[in-house]
Design a protein around this ligand. Structure first.
Ligand code: GCU
Length: 598
């Protein structure tokens, strides 16, 4: 039935979303933004018109198709329209609507954003790309009444070529559905706050007809740090152009002919290796006759043996802590200053490593970690009871993983890709997550693959069938908190011989700032400090533990945590949600890490 817009016909079709899912915005079209110069980028951040669309009426009635004219105001129509683009309230992009408007704190439906923009091409064959750095969760993009496609996933970037749809004057409408659903990734039950909206940057990118879409520059895996491998992908009709790679700091300047849009270089070079103590980055320029990108890349090697992790041939201990992308004032939106403050808090505890839980954090994190010399574990939200037997769920998880890896695989700071967290060891889960580990290795042969696994509590041993597919065995244990019998931790370690390095991705317990009591009083600062002392004393004696990232650096919003000490927050932080009040347990970790060799 032809859509009449806003009338009876629209309210009886519950399959209304199918047409918007025909075109997926996913990793296959993702371009590497990291090296683009400012003159080709135009920010669309700022105040957008917004409405909380509780019943998803924008898509049910296909408002954007109904109102192709740019203004789209109810006052201009002789029909009783239910939308009114320019009359709606204005909301900042980027932001989480939950914290932008008090009345939207618990809103998890569809938010509709809209704005206009002008565009004048600089050349006849210029292409225009619309890019979103992150939107939670299902994002459907409309330009001038045309549906450009839909992206799933709350924490990874996506883009769409709008060259054929863009005009001089444009109406952009973006519907962002933040619902938690059983088949999504994560599913509807998590231990963090479900923020919604266009919470990361939105921008336009001008590129030539054939442009440099992606590149991956790294040490050749089997080269003993003496060869650099660089792959460059072009997009466009002239994808057989010559491609030049230059790394002035290494005296590299090579030019080769691309084949079917791909140019692969293997170059003898012995770069100064990137490390936390010496985070050396090299200027890398990639160019064709009509496009160029510049990136800053560190070269390093990460490997494992039966018990240990080696960075550039030297054994390291990952002196870390876990961290959520959750801020008391900004929610899941962040900025460079906040990222640098997080790294400062890590360095003050003599840490060298962060577990960015449980989803891809802002792209700036790995960029700044490259500069600051911090190692990172990055993860996709295959969290708890995912619908492991649902094909669409696998497609979604694999796409988020691919978007994360394509976004960050040129960042030296990233050493581990994690395919999930705390998933029961079932056959469906083993198939689902082992496939994800294969996807990682197909996109990046240089980094370690891991997951935060559960211990086998019945047998009191560190084992998980997924471990056969992992380089590092991540494990979460809460002895002394969820399991009060702390004596099980040394028994667990004595019973285990996982045959690969183990990183304890989580341990800890809650404590509220100002809450004092004995070491037996749950949620007291003394209880948490004593728990940390016992954990550290036990973990440091275990030869196959190659790192720790206790849970967690900062208290964070969490709708599941409703007792008098938590009040809607998970209070396992070493620092309060104010990101300044340190708890005594913070100093237990500081003393532990300070004693360890660098
Ligand atoms: C789990 C989970 C975390 C959660 C933590 C807790 O291990 O991985 O996301 O917040 O434990 O219970 O506080």
């Amino acid at each position: 039935m032809e859509k009449t817009g806003n009338f009876q016909a629209d309210i009886h079709d519950n399959g209304y979303e199918a047409k918007f899912l025909e075109k997926r915005l996913d990793h296959t079209s993702l371009l590497n933004l990291a090296g683009r110069m400012a003159d080709g980028l135009e920010s669309l951040d700022g105040q957008w018109n917004f409405a909380a669309d509780w019943y998803d009426t924008c898509k049910r009635a296909n408002w954007p198709a109904d109102s192709a004219q740019v203004s789209g105001g109810a006052e201009e129509s002789n029909r009783p329209l239910d939308y009114d683009w320019e009359a709606w309230e204005r909301i900042p992009v980027p932001s989480t609507w939950n914290l932008a408007r008090r009345e939207l704190l618990y809103f998890e439906g569809s938010g509709v954003y809209t704005r206009t923009f002008r565009y004048t091409p600089r050349s006849a064959d210029e292409r225009l790309i619309l890019r979103f750095e992150g939107a939670a969760y299902r994002t459907t993009v409309f330009l001038n009444g045309v549906c450009l496609g839909t992206h799933d996933g709350a924490s990874t970037p996506f883009n769409v070529d709008i060259t054929q749809t863009v005009a001089r004057e444009n109406r952009l409408v973006v519907a962002v559905d933040a619902r938690r659903l059983p088949t999504r990734v994560p599913m509807e039950n998590t231990d963090w706050y479900n923020y919604g909206g266009l919470y990361r940057n939105v921008l336009l990118l001008r590129v030539p007809a054939t442009y440099i879409k992606d590149w991956f520059v790294r040490l050749e895996r089997s080269s003993a740090c003496s060869k650099i491998r660089a792959d460059v992908w072009l997009d466009g009709a002239k994808a057989s152009a010559k491609v030049k790679l230059s790394i002035p700091g290494l005296g590299v300047a090579e030019e080769i002919q691309s084949q079917d849009g791909v140019a692969s270089f293997t170059i003898d070079a012995e770069p100064e290796l990137w490390s936390p103590t010496r985070p050396r980055l090299y200027e890398v320029e990639i160019s064709t006759d009509n496009d160029s990108v510049r990136d800053k890349i560190g070269f390093r090697e990460i490997k494992t043996t039966a018990h240990d992790i080696y960075l550039n041939g030297e054994k390291i201990f990952l002196k870390g802590v876990s961290v959520h992308e959750d801020h008391i004032l900004m929610g899941k939106t962040t900025n460079s200053a906040t990222i640098r403050a997080t790294i400062r808090d890590l360095k003050e505890m003599h840490g060298n490593y962060l577990r960015l839980a449980h989803y891809p954090h802002d792209a700036r994190f790995a960029r700044i970690a490259d500069e600051e010399g911090i190692l990172l574990w990055e993860e996709i939200p295959v969290y708890w009871a995912i619908a492991f037997d649902h094909p669409e769920t696998y497609r979604d998880a694999e796409n988020q993983l691919a978007e994360l890896i394509l976004r960050d695989r040129n960042r030296a700071s990233v050493i581990v890709w994690s395919v999930g967290n705390e998933n029961a060891d079932t056959d469906a889960r083993l198939t689902f997550m082992s496939e994800l580990t294969k996807k990682v290795r197909s996109l990046d042969e240089t980094r370690l693959v891991s997951a935060a696994c559960l211990v086998n509590h019945e047998k009191l041993v560190i084992e998980d069938r997924l471990a056969d597919f992992l380089d590092v065995f991540g494990v979460n244990e809460y002895y002394g908190w969820y399991d009060p019998d702390f004596s099980k931790l040394p028994q667990l370690l004595a019973n285990s011989n996982p045959g690969k390095p183990v990183v304890v991705c989580e341990f800890g317990g809650g404590a509220r700032i100002g809450q004092h009591g004995s070491t037996d009083d749950l949620f007291s600062l003394e209880f948490q400090e004593n728990l940390y002392k016992k954990q550290v004393e036990t973990l440091k004696r275990c030869p196959f533990i190659a790192g720790t990232s206790p849970w967690i650096l900062y208290d964070f919003r969490c709708p599941r945590r409703l007792n008098r000490y938590q009040e809607g927050f998970n209070r396992k932080g070493l620092i309060d949600s104010d990101r300044s009040s340190k708890k005594p347990a913070y100093f237990v970790m500081r003393d532990f890490y300070r004693e360890l060799t660098p």
